[in-house]
Design a protein around this ligand. Structure first.
Ligand SMILES: [Zn+2]
Ligand SMILES: [Zn+2]
Length: 294
């Protein structure tokens, strides 16, 4: 007998395996926030990580709770199943897109749990090695890394463009990355505001924030673009968001502090206000700031 709700069945199975799942819209883009949820990065008091709305804030809606998953399946009919990646579930996915020249490098990428995507690419599932990962695999054109602040579409979703399904290639266990692959995943430079490149990273790639650098850039851009009079509050909100990245191991406390401090000063805040907003934001997320100099 065919499964009457294959997406729901797959979602519940992934959740039981420890993966937080959510549903994208039919178009493969995140579902729009409800009217009550402002753009998270613009409201320092609205935390997407703790917002309890069922489908708001893209991958932040991901859950392992069977009841929420079932409700989400009802709320987003025909939605594409997606897994939130990153240290949150010890998962980093090597995303190979042949349309951009990507291919499996069998020396670098040992066999692991894998998906054939609906666009003839591959998703190779590895355990997150910890620390900061870049958005792209160094030396491998057409190969992205989906980890902290990212997600991947999962079977049995149908690619909206090709109408072909995502499917599991094997039921192998998710293995550790070998050291050469870990090295290739490391960013070439640390994502701090000290690097002028940070704010040039595209914030919206296919509707989701897909790398720690981009997530950091989004927080910092919110500070520098906030209207006068709201900048201090915005900096506080950004500090909380970046502090959560520290908690996730995506950035060091010192780099986080430096990036926020520079963003605050660039937004015309005084030294004193800037430090107070950062300290307050870090404290609210239980990240110690002692011993960190801006
Ligand atoms: Zn909402
Ligand atoms: Zn919300």
């Amino acid at each position: 007998m065919p499964d009457p709700a294959p997406t729901l069945t797959a979602a519940l199975a992934l959740a039981a395996d420890g993966y937080p799942v959510f549903l994208l819209g039919r178009s493969k883009r995140p579902v729009a926030n409800c009217p009550q949820c402002p753009k998270a990065e613009l409201d320092p008091h609205h935390d997407p990580e703790t917002c309890d709305h069922l489908t708001c804030h893209g991958f932040y809606a991901a859950t392992r709770d069977p009841q929420r998953i079932t409700a989400m399946h009802t709320a987003v009919p025909g939605g594409l199943l997606a897994i939130r990646t990153g240290r949150v579930c010890n998962l980093a996915v090597i995303d190979i897109d042949p349309r951009n020249g990507g291919d499996i490098d069998r020396d670098l990428m040992p066999p692991t749990r894998a998906v054939r995507t609906g666009s003839d690419g591959w998703h190779l599932y590895y355990r997150h090695p910890g620390g900061t990962l870049g958005a792209k695999l160094r030396g491998c054109p057409g190969v992205d890394i989906k980890a902290d602040g990212g997600y991947v579409v999962a079977p049995p979703s149908i690619h909206p463009g090709t109408r072909r399904p995502y499917r599991w290639l094997s039921d192998r266990a998710v293995i550790e990355m070998p050291p050469p692959l870990v090295s290739a995943c490391r960013p070439t430079e640390a994502p701090t505001a000290a690097s002028p490149n940070t704010t040039a990273i595209p914030l919206d790639r296919g509707g989701g924030i897909s790398s720690p650098a981009a997530l950091l850039a989004a927080h910092l851009a919110a500070v520098t673009s906030a209207p006068e009079g709201r900048r201090r509050n915005t900096l506080y909100g950004a500090a909380r968001g970046v502090a959560r990245m520290v908690a996730a191991g995506a950035i060091t406390p010192a780099d986080a502090h430096t990036a926020l401090y520079q963003a605050g000063r660039a937004a015309g805040q005084t030294d004193r206000d800037t430090r107070a907003a950062i300290d307050g934001g870090f404290r609210a997320e239980a990240i110690p700031t002692e011993g960190i100099a801006a």
